[in-house]
Design a protein around this ligand. Structure first.
Ligand code: DP6
Length: 317
């Protein structure tokens, strides 16, 4: 069966909060790198005889909240393309579901590309990223490969992702599995709670947008230390407003590994940095020549190494 493949992406500068929940319009511009080991493949078949959508994920028919989110995005796309037919969605996740890496980014990016393909619409990558955003914010960035900027914009038209002109094949992401339990509060709910409860949310937005130009500049120059330091700052700024709102996603183990990363950096002079999303697991950022040594220095941490991945592609299912 033919399908569209979308890879997971990791935000080096985080998206955490929406100005408009209906179209996932973010409060901040974010920057990401697409990974090559975790991805989703999805096929969509239009079926005029169906009276509702059918969604198969990893061989099981979806029900409940997960089904509703997929159907909501299909309905949004039907409205967008002025179509009526229901469809059968078949999707396979190649991700660490239990580690919280089953990102909605790859799922909604693949679903968007597969639907557009199924109806035969002619859509360029910019428009594809805008439509993917309607399903999940971070999916906007998974349309492209490599290093990507999602311009926050001020409306549907101006909020889209763009591939940055950066080739950096030596860049590596080390996905740690610190706590394999499924995250308790989703990003979607967590960011709303943060906006409502964190007194310094506005300051956070300004501080995080101030990081965009220096991050892109450092990526262009392949300066791993600057990229790593800014990525850590972005993640820590996000964590601070989460904590102000009473949200804690880290476990004591997360904090312990962060201390180890800092000491590897200072004692062994290895450029290795960390980032995290709304969960307890860290993603380490480094270069290929340091991967073996970092893994040796973290013998108790389960790690999966990823290089830089591509954008939406055709794949067999
Ligand atoms: C912490 O894209 O999952 O991973 O737009 O509500 O679907 P929705 O949220 P989602 O949020 C991702 C948040 C993050 C940071 C990031 O990827 O930029």
């Amino acid at each position: 069966m033919k399908s569209k493949r979308a890879n997971v992406n990791i935000a080096l500068l985080k998206y955490w909060g929406k100005k408009d929940q209906k179209i996932n319009l973010p409060h901040q511009t974010s920057v990401s790198v697409t990974a090559d080991i975790f991805y989703t493949r999805t096929n969509v078949e239009i079926d005029e005889k169906l009276i509702r959508d059918k969604v198969m994920l990893d061989g099981k028919e979806l029900t409940g909240l997960q089904y509703t989110r997929v159907v909501q995005h299909l309905s949004t796309m039907r409205e967008y393309f002025k179509r009526k037919e229901f469809c059968v969605v078949t999707s396979v996740n190649n991700v660490y579901v239990r580690a919280g890496y089953a990102s909605s980014a790859s799922s909604f990016a693949a679903l968007t590309a597969a639907y557009v393909d199924a109806i035969g619409a002619k859509v360029n990558e910019k428009e594809l990223s805008q439509i993917a955003r309607l399903g999940s914010g971070s999916a906007t960035r998974s349309i492209h490969g490599g290093f990507v900027v999602w311009h926050q914009g001020h409306d549907h038209e101006s909020s889209f992702a763009e591939k940055l002109p950066i080739e950096w094949p030596e860049f590596r992401m080390l996905f740690t599995i610190i706590d394999p339990s499924v995250k308790r509060i989703s990003s979607r709910i967590g960011m709303q709670i943060t906006i409502e409860k964190a007194p310094s949310y506005d300051i956070y937005v300004r501080q995080s947008n101030d990081l965009v130009a220096p991050m892109i500049d450092a990526l262009m120059k392949h300066e791993i230390d600057t990229v790593g330091r800014i990525a850590e700052r972005s993640a820590e700024l996000m964590r601070n407003v989460m904590l102000e709102a009473g949200l804690e996603y880290h476990t004591p183990m997360t904090q312990k590994v962060i201390q180890s990363i800092r000491s590897i950096r200072s004692k062994h002079r290895i450029p290795v940095y960390y980032t995290f999303d709304a969960g307890p697991n860290l993603i380490l950022l480094t270069l290929d020549k340091h991967v073996d040594q970092v893994m040796k220095l973290l013998p108790d941490v389960k790690i999966q190494v990823s290089g830089v991945g591509g954008g939406i592609s055709d794949a067999d299912l």
